[in-house]
Design a protein around this ligand. Structure first.
Ligand code: GNR
Ligand code: NI
Length: 167
């Protein structure tokens, strides 16, 4: 297992659109194991392949307190959305920044599990927020994109300062 390097906003590679997974092989399983290890170590409640510069439609999530309920979503698609909720979001690719974002309260997703079997899941609350946040990454979007231009430019300035301080 290995820890993967997480890209930081505004890295242009975070804007790439991920391609569907077609091969359910050992290479895929290794990437997923490494993504899970990276998410738990961060620590984070989710990680999209885009964030580790792998532009394939793979997401790992664990919103449990115990950190023992790994959810792997491959080629996931939201097929139903209902209601709205506002949650203060953070992102491993935008370290130290937290802002409120409005999302659907409840979603239904169709996806493939790590053996390639089709699954369906209805989620609400934090899990629904996390799934929407991760699927955005696969489309090249980060939560910062939903904020005002002023907030976006302030966040870029803050992250640039942090990056400089970390040299
Ligand atoms: O760890 C994370 N926490 C979080 C909190 C609120 C809303 C979304 C998230 S996802 C984030 C991990 C991450 O960046 N996933 O892409
Ligand atoms: Ni994120």
């Amino acid at each position: 297992m290995s820890l993967l390097k997480i890209l930081h906003y505004p890295d242009p590679r975070l804007k790439k659109i991920a391609s569907p997974v077609t091969q359910f092989d050992a290479v895929l399983h290794t990437l997923i194991a490494d993504m899970a290890e990276t998410m738990y170590a961060a620590p984070g409640i989710g990680l999209a392949a885009t964030q580790v510069d792998q532009h394939r439609r793979i997401v790992v999530i664990d919103v449990s307190e115990e950190r023992n309920s790994l959810l792997v979503l491959i080629n996931a698609k939201i097929v139903q959305k209902a209601g709205t909720q506002v949650y203060e979001e953070g992102c491993l690719s935008v370290p130290g920044i937290y802002e409120k974002v409005e999302r659907a309260e409840e979603i239904t997703v169709e996806y493939l599990d790590l053996t390639g079997n089709a699954q369906i899941l209805t989620a609400r609350g934090l899990l629904a927020v996390c799934i929407q946040h991760e699927l955005d990454h696969l489309e090249g979007r980060v939560f910062v994109d939903y904020l005002s231009q002023l907030k976006q430019s302030r966040i870029k300035t803050r992250l640039a300062k942090q990056a400089k301080a970390n040299l």
